[in-house]
Design a protein around this ligand. Structure first.
Ligand code: PSZ
Length: 284
């Protein structure tokens, strides 16, 4: 039976109580983070929690805990649930109050929930690559906020799954933005292209690790948007996220990319990423 954290208390999941008046439930009025755990240790936790602070600031929620307190909570969940490889989920909503769109009074406190789950690295997808389906990006214009309001992402992912694809390749009027839960990268003539970190994408922590690795490996990166048409013509394609790490793309809308196999630049980055995990865990 897994232990969850809510508002300062550790409780069995089956005994957790959340108000039906929680604004997360009514409006998706909150923010969240997913932090990977390797070897029972948090990976890039500070980067994720600093982004949580920024997301909360952008929607005017003041977090009840500091980054260090969140790290303590996450480590307690790893220990009490005996997680070796998995992830921590943390969400903060604006609190529980009778339903009204405007913010409740300052007496209403944000509600913090966190839990830990075991899940292995997605070895098969990472090794063999996966298929993408292009889907129009109809989300709002603040995709830089990691908000609980995920309906656009949910519908895009479902559309991809219904087409037997693992992820949706989102585009606004033909310009590629990101995935439904990932950042997208194309490789052409040895140069990596990815959408700049604007309001139209979430600036992924894995994206930032990959950009750092590119610099170290001497791989040129151009943070400029590209079209869906250009995507089809890339030599290689991959996407990144906390759980997907660096997942190669072998087809887009049924058209093979890089002959349907992970490309060499992608493989080089995957190797560098795997080597980076113990270094980051050791704080180097
Ligand atoms: O378990 C999963 O499927 C996860 S864990 C995190 C994500 C998926 N995705 C985060 C994400 C996202 O939701 C969107 C819209 N864009 C990019 C990303 C990648 O962000 P990082 O690398 O920080 O996880």
């Amino acid at each position: 039976m897994s232990t969850y954290f809510k508002d300062g208390q550790y409780t069995k999941q089956s005994e957790m109580k959340i108000s039906v008046d929680d604004r997360g439930y009514y409006f998706g009025d909150g923010v969240y983070e997913v932090i990977k755990v390797y070897n029972s240790e948090l990976f890039t936790a500070r980067e994720h929690l600093e982004r949580l602070v920024q997301s909360a600031n952008k929607i005017k929620i003041s977090l009840p805990y500091t980054v260090d307190q969140f790290i303590d909570i996450a480590n307690e969940l790893i220990a009490s649930n005996q997680i070796t490889v998995g992830h921590i989920y943390i969400q903060v909503t604006r609190g529980a109050a009778p339903r009204a769109h405007q913010f409740p009074g300052t007496e209403v406190m944000p509600v913090v929930v966190a839990y830990a789950v075991s899940n292995p690295r997605p070895v098969q997808a990472i090794t063999n690559g996966v298929a993408l389906k292009s889907v129009e990006d109809v989300r709002w214009l603040r995709c830089d906020i990691k908000s609980l309001n995920l309906l656009g992402n949910v519908l895009a992912k479902q559309e991809a799954h219904e087409a037997d694809c693992v992820e949706a390749l989102l585009h606004r009027n033909g310009t590629v933005t990101e995935g439904s839960s990932s950042n997208m990268f194309g490789v052409k003539n040895g140069v990596i292209y990815t959408h700049p970190a604007t309001n139209l994408i979430l600036n992924g922590i894995t994206r930032q690790v990959v950009l750092k690795l590119c610099k170290e490996q001497g791989i040129e990166v151009v943070e400029e948007s590209f079209s869906l048409e250009e995507s089809m013509d890339m030599d290689e394609f991959f996407f990144t996220s906390t759980t997907a790490e660096i997942t190669p793309v072998t087809s887009i809308d049924g058209k093979l990319i890089s002959k349907g196999e992970p490309g060499l630049v992608t493989l080089k980055l995957q190797e560098a990423f795997t080597l980076e995990i113990p270094l980051i865990l050791a704080g180097k």
